[in-house]
Write a protein that binds this ligand. Sequence first.
Ligand code: UD1
Ligand code: CA
Length: 445
Amino acid sequence: MTRAAVILAAGMGTRMKSATPKVLHAVAGYPILGHVIKAVRAAGCARIVVVTSSDGAAVRDFARLVDVGSVVQDKQLGTGHAAAAAGAALEDFAGDVVICYGDMPLMQASTIARSFEARGVASLSIVAFRSESTAYGRVILDKADGLLDRIVEYRDADEEERRIDLCNAGILCADARSFFRWAGGLKNDNAQREYYLTDVPLLAKKEGQRTAVVVADEREMRGVNSRLELAEAEAAMQQRLRRAALESGVGMLAPETVYLSHDTVLEPDCQVGPYVMFAPGVTVKSGAEIKAFSHLEGAVVETGAVVGPYARLRPGSLIGESAHIGNFVEVKKSRIGKGSKANHLAYLGDAEVGAGANIGAGTITCNYDGFDKHETRIGAGAFIGSDTALVAPVTVGDGAYVGAGSVVTKDVAADALAVTRAEQREVQGWAAKFRARKKAVKGKI
Ligand code: UD1
Ligand code: CA
């Protein structure tokens, strides 16, 4: 059976107090909505439609970016109304549809998959979890068969219903054709004057169609409505990512201090020190080590390489096998060859460094002239003396030496020595005379 998903994301998100739409705030370096899309995709949803508000252009742009459709819900008249708004976009779709919210970054693909599978038991399914929070609608089961009797919004519930701790997560699965027919027939005769998605099972029941209830972990079902909840979701996601990394064989001395992104790839048996930050797009291969306080983004670290402590890898960096990038070294859009070393205090930007090169402390690639970026090429086995400025575009040939303190503006031939510093002059006895003169003057005062 083909599967589709409708993701509701037209809410205002005013409690975030942000110009950025709520669902575009990042968790583990990726928009909340992106996590939801990934989850429904992994659960087999080939067609995905995001419901946005009329001012949700940024949300629609994101949807387009990740190849999913979007529709506009003109007025926010409730969750049922929002889901119905996706009907036209799925008019040609015959299969099962899951409705879920765009603000639940922790929702797992396995839970969505379970809700689809529960439709073997009943025509529809919803996901519920245990909580005493007053923020959620209550799920009331039919005592006779354990299927859903009804969902009552907390506001509309009576005392006895409010005492029930089974809560509605907001995820609903049904046959798409029937679902949109029911959604189109919803009424808004409730406390909030809204069209409730939660009334769909009632309409189905009138046609003899029942709803199964899948129970999931509360932590997974948490929505993000405020900065505090965003920080809590981030913490929970970090915990999940760290645990997965450890379980897959990554060594971490202090995992609670390591920050990972949704797409961080840490191969088994790589080692990560304390306080390392992985921004998006990083791969660390088996046998590589990232030492404490390093910041990596958009970089690949090959096996046997050592990065840090206190290193920064920026997008487009490739640290070759067994290469060393040491403390206070920044690498941007550069390839560092096998076994090469830049152990201290250097900037390598738009550079290509061959194998076995040595980059001395204080080496800077001067890659930017205020308008354009230029490339530096450093050949295999080259030795760049400390405090060298390489004014790009420039090439240092294989095996060449550059003397410390040089400003290299012209290409250096393979195996040559380039030195541009002024020659050293020595004045014998100068210091002793200088000191004597100074002391004599001070003595007079
Ligand atoms: C809803 C459920 C409640 C459940 C809770 C779980 C209903 C009637 N109630 O309540 O049973 O326990 O979620 O969090 O469904 N949205 C739109 N358009 C709208 C209204 C909402 O797109 O017109 C989107 C929002 O962006 C949000 C989601 O739907 O992502 C949920 O809406 P919200 O108003 O927060 O629902 P609750 O009142 O919390
Ligand atoms: Ca509401």
